[in-house]
Ligand binder design. Structure first.
Ligand code: FAD
Length: 381
């Protein structure tokens, strides 16, 4: 098929990144957003770009995708900043993944052993650890230091992408309401919205985040995406100097360019409820005092929550839908949608550039029909 125009459903970081990439390649792009651009998970995120810290198990396809995306960031940031005229506060601080117990040291050493093959990863303890992060409590006995990991200001990246899209002539449609009808055939894709009329294009990209699972009937395949709430808080003027992103088994801390310290995040099942609870934030506050003694007793100034789009296996859905190859699924990015936005945009761009149809081969592990195939295999047993 050939494609010159594309509809994007969902205006979070994944939809806007896909739109930016498609528009940069000369496609006529329309983004349909049910509410406000960046108003959901993407605007709530801590903005960490941490493939090593987020993947402790082994060098699987997901780790490689995350690492590829991290390495796209320098060019991605300069493209977005140039096209938007805005800064996204990308800071290459490096990270420390701290161990508090002797029993955690072996997993840390195991991670170090395999992750060293992919980049600079160092085991730090004693004076080396204190030198890196002097404010850390003495109960942190060792850490993995990943100098390559970095972070952005997620809301600023999203709004820069929105502005970049606008500057490139993308038609941005906020408050479009729900998708009331979807029709796709060999000729193209047509979407009717409940609040902003109907749209047609040669191809579509589905980026509805945690709500993607509610679109199964429209899309015609099982879409096992469900919301996992993340509660998170920030200290505006913290009485502590945290130099790196710091991870523990219970929480993480990241100091932003304006000096504020973000601490996240819970993982709880609450349906589509985005409210913040005392229990959720209380745990983060307790752990803040445990990891950084000078934070003990300090009350965070801001607290908020967002809904991560989780899949059954924790990996995103990336690729055209079976039987509806003009619709590309780009959803289910769970804990790593900010990190994975450049690689997702690149995949969408490659797919469109090839005229749609099949996905780039390296996306095979993330095929949207993998759960259908699994279900069929189990039924045949
Ligand atoms: C507290 C928290 C901290 C996080 N920290 C990080 C981090 O440090 N690093 C990282 O990489 N990731 C992080 N994440 C994960 C990251 O935020 C998500 O993976 C990412 O934002 C997903 O982007 P998205 O565009 O798919 O979803 P969203 O941002 O949720 O966007 C989906 C959009 O689709 C719209 N939509 C839904 N249904 C429809 C419809 N029918 N029609 C039109 N539009 C529709 C929604 O309104 C929404 O705006 C964090 C998440 C949370 C909650």
């Amino acid at each position: 098929m050939s494609a010159a125009s594309v509809l994007i459903v969902g205006g979070g970081i994944i939809g806007l990144s896909s739109a930016f990439e498609a528009a940069s390649r000369g496609f006529a792009v329309t983004v349909l957003e049910r509410g406000e651009f960046g108003g959901q998970a993407s605007g709530a995120a801590a903005g960490m770009l941490a493939p090593y810290s987020e993947n402790g198990e082994g060098p699987d396809a997901f780790f490689r995708l995350c690492l590829e995306s991290l390495r796209l960031y320098p060019e991605w940031v300069s493209r977005v900043e140039y096209a938007s005229g805005r800064k996204v506060e990308w800071l290459r601080t490096g990270s420390l993944h701290a161990a508090l117990h002797e029993a955690d040291l072996l997993p840390l050493r195991t991670r170090e052993a395999w992750q060293r093959r992919f980049g600079a990863v160092e085991y730090a303890d004693g004076d080396a650890l204190r030198g890196l992060e002097p404010a850390l409590h003495g109960r942190a006995i060792a850490a993995l230091y990943c100098p390559e990991e970095s972070h952005v200001h997620a809301p600023k990246l999203v709004s820069a992408l929105e502005q970049a899209c606008r500057n490139l002539g993308v038609r941005l449609v906020p408050r479009a309401g729900e998708v009331a009808a979807l029709d796709a055939d060999g000729q193209g894709v047509r979407v009717a919205t409940s609040a902003a009329g109907a749209y047609a294009a040669d191809a579509a990209v589905w980026c509805a985040g945690a709500w993607s699972g509610t679109h199964e009937a429209l899309l015609g395949i099982p879409v096992p995406v469900h919301p996992i709430r993340g509660q998170i808080c920030a200290y505006e003027t913290p009485p502590v100097d945290v130099r790196h992103m710091v991870f523990s088994s219970q929480a993480y801390w990241v100091r932003k360019a304006d000096g504020s310290l973000v601490c996240g995040a819970s993982e709880d099942v609450s349906g589509f409820d985005r409210s913040v609870t005392d229990a959720g934030i209380g745990r983060l506050v307790r752990w803040s005092g445990r990891m950084f003694p000078s934070l003990a007793g300090t009350v965070p100034d801001r607290r908020w929550a967002g809904l991560r789009p989780a899949t059954l296996d924790g990996w995103p859905l990336l690729g055209p839908l079976p039987g509806r190859s003009r619709i590309f699924a780009a959803t289910g990015h769970y804990r790593n949608g900010i990190l994975l936005s450049p690689v997702t945009a690149a995949a969408v761009g490659e797919w469109l550039g090839e005229g749609g149809g099949s996905a780039p081969a390296r996306l095979a592990p993330f095929a949207p029909d993998r759960f259908v195939r699994l279900g069929n295999a189990e039924a045949a047993r």
